[in-house]
Design a protein around this ligand. Structure first.
Ligand SMILES: Cc1ncc(COP(=O)(O)O)c(C=O)c1O
Length: 311
């Protein structure tokens, strides 16, 4: 695994060497996708300390995803929280990305998944800008996917559920192949939903607009952070449905997520957004976001779970 630079993975209650963190080919989740996961970032601060961003909220969502799917995580939220920090410390990561994964084991096959144990693994690695450094700075090119986002009559958009990500992977591969950076998915009513691993915001006439929480979107923790930051900055936030043509005539668009952080969008379906560069409000929100997540401001201390490395 050339791109992953980690020494340890936490598995079912203990740290194991990176190469030992393996599963059997009959792992139930590998076949049928019933499992849940999280994506969390840790940041190194200017003062030399490190912290995990909104760790409690991510662990809460992990347990909510498990609850939605009926999986019982055999550890408490406090144990998983401590294990996340332990994984970063064991790998001596001052910053990095955490991937807790709850999955069904290889004890039995069959869709009923009876007598199959629930396992938990936590991996960490140092993941840079998910949509590229240039994307963060200058914006990316998006395309509306030919696939719709998860329909709540069929799937569970509020859960980060392994098998549901086939929808994201297919949409992402489709637009990458067509030469774009990221896919925007519409819901089955035709409204703009979200991207493959990010929530979406547009700016029009100074207002920041995003689909409502009740739409079939993931309740992104970065989305929630952006809404709080915008309100702190006295920017009006509207949560309402909108269609793809409203996106085309937006003044600014940006995506947000733990992996993508705040990534401006400069083009949708070959139509330039605004003047084709990250807009003023996007840049203001992004700057404030990075100050908050990197801890270079004292606002929202409740979002930063500090940890240190015993070196
Ligand atoms: C489909 C989807 N939407 C939105 C997000 C953004 O969520 P968050 O900001 O909590 O990382 C993610 C990433 O977790 C995602 O997978």
């Amino acid at each position: 695994m050339a791109s992953i630079n980690a020494d340890f993975v936490w598995m079912d209650g203990r740290l194991v060497g990176f190469e030992q963190a393996t599963v059997h080919v009959l792992t139930h989740t590998l076949h049928y996708g019933l499992g849940v996961f999280e994506g969390i970032r840790a940041y190194e601060r200017a003062d030399g300390q490190s912290h995990v961003f909104r760790l409690d909220d991510h662990i809460r969502r992990l347990f909510e995803s498990a609850h939605i799917t009926g999986l019982e995580i055999p550890f408490s939220p406090e144990e998983i929280t401590a294990a996340c920090v332990e994984t970063l410390q064991a790998n001596r990561f001052r910053w990095g990305y955490l991937r807790p994964l709850v999955f069904l084991g290889s004890e039995a096959m069959g869709l009923g998944a009876r007598d199959v144990l629930v396992h938990v693994a936590i991996a960490a690695w140092q993941w840079g800008a998910y949509l590229g450094d240039d994307g963060l700075k200058n914006g990316i090119r998006c395309k509306i996917s030919s696939f719709n986002r998860l329909d709540p009559r069929v799937n569970f958009p509020k859960g980060k559920i392994c098998g549901q990500y086939v929808n994201s992977v297919i949409a992402k591969r489709e637009v990458l192949k067509a030469g774009y950076d990221e896919a925007i998915l519409l819901d089955t009513q035709g409204n703009v939903s979200e991207c493959t691993g990010e929530n979406l915001f547009m700016v029009k006439a100074g207002h920041v607009i995003t689909p409502p929480y009740g739409a079939g979107i993931l309740g992104g923790i970065t989305r929630d952070t952006v809404i709080a930051i915008a309100r702190d900055l006295n920017v009006v936030v509207e949560q309402r449905p909108f269609t793809r043509d409203e996106l085309y005539i937006a003044d600014e668009i940006f995506l947000c997520g733990t992996a993508a952080e705040i990534t401006p969008v400069r083009e949708v379906d070959d139509r330039r957004i605004g003047d084709g560069r990250p807009g003023e409000i996007t840049r203001l929100i992004a700057r404030t976001f990075f100050d908050v997540v990197k801890g270079s401001t004292h606002t929202h201390p409740e979002w930063r779970e500090g940890y240190s490395l015993a070196l």
